[in-house]
Design a protein around this ligand. Sequence first.
Ligand SMILES: O=C(CO)[C@@H](O)[C@H](O)COP(=O)(O)O
Ligand SMILES: [Fe+2]
Length: 224
Amino acid sequence: MKHLIAPSVLSADFANLQRDVEMINSSEADWFHVDIMDGVFVPNISFGFPVMEAISRHAKKPLDVHLMIVNPDHYIERFAQAGASTITVHYEACPHLHKTIQSIHEAGAKACVALNPHTPVELLSDILTDLDMVLVMSVNPGFGGQKFIPNTLDKIRRLRSLANVLNPGLLIEVDGGVALHNTPALLHAGADVLVAGNSIFGAESPVEMISAMKHLPSTESSSI
Ligand SMILES: O=C(CO)[C@@H](O)[C@H](O)COP(=O)(O)O
Ligand SMILES: [Fe+2]
């Protein structure tokens, strides 16, 4: 499968949000990555339903919603109604993860679990068959523009091996510090979906950066 690019709207210019949404619409990006932060699970607050609904009104591609919030169960139905195509909850925020995943599917969305950098992929073995995607965080969640954590590559490799046995159709998404220079190594390790904020919106031409990331081949030797 050709890998997917999901620009993170967190790095957009919120005073020109419609312009930035149209930029993604007109690019080779596959999804919109929408980061929701509550100031409790992570030490930052991003935006909530009014902004998410505004993005949804203009977006012509699926919305990949990354919930960095405690008690995500309270809001799953509302995020699905607001246009989420995939809903990601954090492993660390869900004591009843199986039930949460069931609720996401009942709401009509695809279900994804995100892992913080310190959380081993092996903790998902007993739920992997129920998931559509796993998001491997390659920075500590809460902020855009952080440095990629190198151990992520090994986590992606281990998750790919686990998924090959338990759920070969599972998508692996990587989020945080993703840029052109580490794209080939991430693809080689087994990533399917690359989230990128700063490297896309900080580029001279975001549209061209998206195309460049989309067309890079997977190789082992790129720098991370
Ligand atoms: O979930 C998060 C951060 O917590 C991300 O989606 C960031 O928005 C990615 O931004 P960059 O690291 O690519 O700038
Ligand atoms: Fe994210």
